[in-house]
Design a protein. Structure first.
Length: 254
């Protein structure tokens, strides 16, 4: 795996490289600003509800102190769990990251898990020190992969991706794809993971990069199944067929 200040290149055991455009301080700050604004608005609404509901709680058997305690707990969860929750359920994105068109992925290009999301956000309180993410910004500037401290702990990076609308013409590559049964017995699990990573991330690539990566991976895989595949979109249809048939054979579980 290698990186520049603009891209992360992942070298696979099969000598196939995957390129990911790294998100810099600007795009990450835009995403953070949007997320903080959402947190502030949600917290403000919660406090307004608490102010108007507090008088009624005086007549409740629980009492206003328990109601205030519940509000404090909800505010704490909103502040501490916001990023981890959304990154876990939205595949590496928060509302702010989705707005800025960036996403958190693993160092090897695969999607993050809920554990990764919790781990990378566990040190967010340190990144915020001494005020407004100064430690986090310095860490990003000093890292070749634009990592903050939480990214080092979880083994993650933040990358750019195109919107689904921009990639929509390429989604048609999955239609009308019919392939004969392929002998996938000579394909390794690592090779399948390369295909899986590409298929998962392809909609975020620029057209030229997407086409060249599909051709590069196909050139490694096609000889192993005794086929010659030339030209896009045949290369992607071939990789889809290989992936689906390998999975249906029950030899690979992601």
């Amino acid at each position: 795996m290698s990186s520049s200040f603009d891209n992360l290149t992942i070298e696979t055991p099969e000598q196939t490289s995957l390129d990911f455009p790294l998100a810099g301080v600007g795009s990450r700050f835009l995403a953070l600003a949007a997320d903080l604004a959402i947190q502030f608005i949600a917290g403000f609404i919660l406090l307004l509800v608490a102010v108007f509901a507090l008088p009624a709680m005086a007549w409740s058997r629980f009492g206003p102190q328990w109601f205030l305690a519940g509000v404090i707990v909800l505010v704490y969860i909103l502040n501490s769990g916001y990023f981890a929750f959304f990154e876990a359920v939205w595949n590496g994105q928060t509302p702010g990251k989705r707005y800025a068109q960036i996403r958190v992925i693993k160092d090897d290009g695969r999607p993050i898990s809920a554990y990764d999301s919790i781990a990378r956000n566990f040190l967010r309180v340190v990144d915020e020190l001494p005020s407004f993410y100064i430690v986090g910004v310095l860490s990003i500037f000093l890292s070749k992969q634009n990592k903050r401290l939480g990214d080092y702990v979880a083994g993650t990076v933040v990358v750019h991706e195109k919107t689904i609308q921009d990639a929509r013409p390429f989604l048609e590559t999955k239609s009308d794809a019919s392939w004969p049964m392929l002998d996938t017995s000579h394909i390794t699990v690592d090779e399948l993971r390369v295909i899986e990573t590409f298929l998962h991330r392809r909609d975020s690539f620029e057209p030229a990069l997407r086409t060249s990566m599909a051709a590069k991976i196909t050139s490694r895989i096609a000889p192993k199944v005794g086929m010659e595949v030339v030209g896009w979109p045949q290369t992607e249809r071939f990789l889809e067929a290989v992936y689906e048939q390998y999975r249906s054979a029950g030899r690979y579980q992601s």
